[in-house]
Design a protein around this ligand. Structure first.
Ligand SMILES: Cc1cc2nc3c(=O)[nH]c(=O)nc-3n(C[C@H](O)[C@H](O)[C@H](O)COP(=O)(O)O)c2cc1C
Length: 339
């Protein structure tokens, strides 16, 4: 058995290690969640409960009530549809309760939406159903030229403020990388009560199908290369903000985990790697992480957290503009281009 201490703290939760599967369809199945726990997951973030689902529920309920008022004949024709539809919210709460009952590790529920309104109140129901923490994912595409950056930020802050007023459990915000000042935004979220941020939300880019002139959704799984985006910002934020830092995007191997920890992450979220290789992939990542720490003679994960953050680096500019000119100027074109 390894003598290395892998424990870490995230959102005030004491975790056995920094490996936390992020929101994905895996958490829709209890069997997969058990496999993740057995493979070493320190906590689980559930798939999201979407604002759209909750609004759809409200619409269905309104239609049902209108039909009821319209008379029994109309109600009868509507009932099968209503009965066939188990409310997304109920299903989610049921799954959360099942996971809480069956797993020993903390379960983080995920609320996903962008507008203010009643749907945010679901946070209270998630807390009552036993969620150990909440992740707020405001997947928002700012497409209106009349809307300023400050207005976009206010949308996130208002959601955070509202949720914080409703629940007592810790809240993390899964953020977009598209803010003018990420550190300032994180600071403002912390002032509204955020306990952590998850960097970064991955936006699925729609593609254009030239033959049919259709816009088609495209979802591809990540590779380790994508981890560099979150790594830079975690390295910049570490020690400067008071919130927990979770890294998501492109974390596939123990080396990806090590690099995020060196940058300053408190936990690392895996999704694509687990969808690709299955829950047991975590066994290998955890074992490799332990081996690396042992080989380097570190005693614990906390020994390396933030070691290569901007705060502790000899050359703090390395994460900023420095190297930018050097990297571009020193790019070597292919041999055929050098004649
Ligand atoms: C199939 C799939 C489903 C996902 N579902 C959710 C979701 O319900 N809520 C959410 O916040 N993120 C969701 N994500 C995003 C992941 O949690 C993760 O942040 C992102 O995929 C980047 O991590 P990765 O590079 O390890 O895949 C999903 C990703 C995939 C691939």
């Amino acid at each position: 058995m390894s003598g290395v201490d892998l424990s870490t703290t995230y959102l005030g939760l004491e975790l056995d290690n920094p490996l936390v599967p992020s929101a994905s369809p895996l958490s829709r199945s209890l069997d997969n969640c058990r496999r993740l726990e057995d493979a070493g997951a320190a906590a689980i973030v559930m798939y999201s409960l979407y604002e759209e689902e909750l609004r759809h529920d409200e619409e269905i309920m309104t239609r049902f009530l209108i039909h009821q008022e319209a008379g029994r004949a109309a109600t009868d024709s509507f009932l099968p549809l209503h009965e066939a539809y188990q409310r997304g919210q109920d299903q989610y709460l049921e799954q959360l309760a099942t996971l809480k009952e069956s797993l020993d590790i903390p379960v983080i529920a995920s609320l996903n939406g962008v507008s203010r309104g009643d749907w945010v109140e679901q946070g209270k129901a998630l807390e009552q159903a036993g969620a150990d923490a909440l992740e707020l994912n405001a997947y928002y595409i700012a497409a209106d030229p009349a809307q300023s950056g400050i207005q976009v930020e206010e949308r996130y802050l208002a959601l955070m403020r509202e949720l914080h007023g409703l629940v007592g459990i810790p809240i993390s915000v899964k953020l977009s990388p598209h803010f003018s000042s990420i550190p300032h935004m994180v600071e403002k979220l912390a002032r509204e009560g955020a306990d952590g941020v998850v960097l970064f939300n991955r936006f699925y880019q729609p593609d254009i199908e030239p033959e049919t002139l259709q816009v088609t959704p495209r979802l591809h799984l990540s590779t380790s290369d994508e981890a560099l985006l979150a790594m830079r910002w975690i390295a910049i934020l570490y020690g400067r903000v008071s919130v927990s830092l979770a890294a998501t995007g492109g974390i596939h191997t123990a080396m990806d985990v090590v690099k995020m920890l060196l940058a300053g992450a408190h936990v690392t979220h895996l999704c694509s790697a687990l969808l690709k290789h299955g829950p047991e992939h975590l066994i290998e990542v955890k074992a490799d992480l332990e081996r690396w720490l042992e080989k380097k003679e570190y005693q614990s994960v906390s020994d390396i957290q933030g070691l290569v953050s901007q705060r502790y680096l000899g050359d703090p500019a390395a994460f900023e503009r420095a190297n930018y000119v050097w990297v571009l100027d020193n790019y070597t074109p292919a041999a055929s281009m050098r004649r």
